[in-house]
Write a protein that binds this ligand. Structure first.
Ligand SMILES: [Zn+2]
Length: 247
């Protein structure tokens, strides 16, 4: 039986005989693995589609032991992005984080669209890497069941002078913060950062990049989004460590 799907390669696992197991984020099947035969030599027609970040229309054979790639038509390979160390490092982190989140049939299409849009913005330098990193992290988490509650102070509903608890994904105002244990990790949120976080999590798909912050707020947004991501995933991401080491 064969199935057709569209997706982007997030990772490769080398196998014997120049075969590779591809980790693919698909439009309609979530995250899947599929074996691509004889793609190490670079001459196979599948080789280009087997590269990490290659976005293709796949025809897969569904066998007893999983999917095997029959053929693939490459749509986009983000070539310019691969030529820049900062960009490719950040893109690698997006791939690693997305693999960790494990999109399924329900949110795979949303995650794919988010990733493609973010990679395009990164490749074309539409926004800074710091900005795109924060937007990608927050939006990916919020469409994957890790959305923070950004409606306001959890106790009184206040929407200013808020303190964010990244482990809980909740906000408290200074008057109500006493209900939380004093040693709980927390971040005082400047108002523009709070509003930006809320916007990223709630705006329609096509609007999520359409806001601006001053450099200080952008830095605060970046560190808050990263801290929240690490708290929520408990993740250790090698690609993130590398990205930060070259910044
Ligand atoms: Zn309050």
């Amino acid at each position: 039986m064969t199935v057709k799907t569209r997706g982007i390669v997030l990772g490769q696992i080398p196998m014997r005989d120049q075969d590779k197991k591809l980790v693919i984020l698909t439009e309609d099947m979530g995250l899947i693995e599929a074996i691509a035969r004889k793609v190490n030599g670079g001459r196979s027609s599948l080789s280009a589609a087997a590269e990490v970040l290659a976005y293709s229309d796949f025809c897969l054979y569904a066998g007893k032991s999983g999917y095997v790639v029959n053929s693939a038509d490459l749509n986009q390979n983000f070539y310019d992005l691969r030529m820049d160390l900062t960009k490719i490092s950040l893109a690698s982190y997006f791939c690693e984080l997305t693999r960790f989140i494990l999109p399924d049939r329900d949110n795979g299409g949303i995650c794919l669209k988010l990733l493609l849009n973010t990679l395009w913005m990164l490749e074309k330098e539409k926004r800074s890497p710091s900005f795109l990193k924060a937007v990608y992290e927050l939006r990916l988490l919020s469409v994957s069941g890790f959305a923070p509650d950004l409606s306001g102070c959890l106790r009184c509903g206040a929407e200013e002078n808020l303190i964010f608890f990244p482990v809980d994904g909740t906000l408290f105002c200074p008057e109500c913060v006493g209900v939380m244990p004093p040693d709980r990790p927390k971040i005082v949120l400047p108002q523009p950062v709070f509003l930006a976080m809320r916007y990223i999590c709630e705006a329609p798909d096509e609007k999520i990049f359409s806001f601006r912050l001053n450099p200080d707020s952008e830095r605060a947004l970046e560190s808050t989004a990263e801290y929240f991501t690490l708290c929520q995933t408990g993740g250790q991401f090698k690609s993130l460590d590398f990205y930060k080491s070259i910044r």
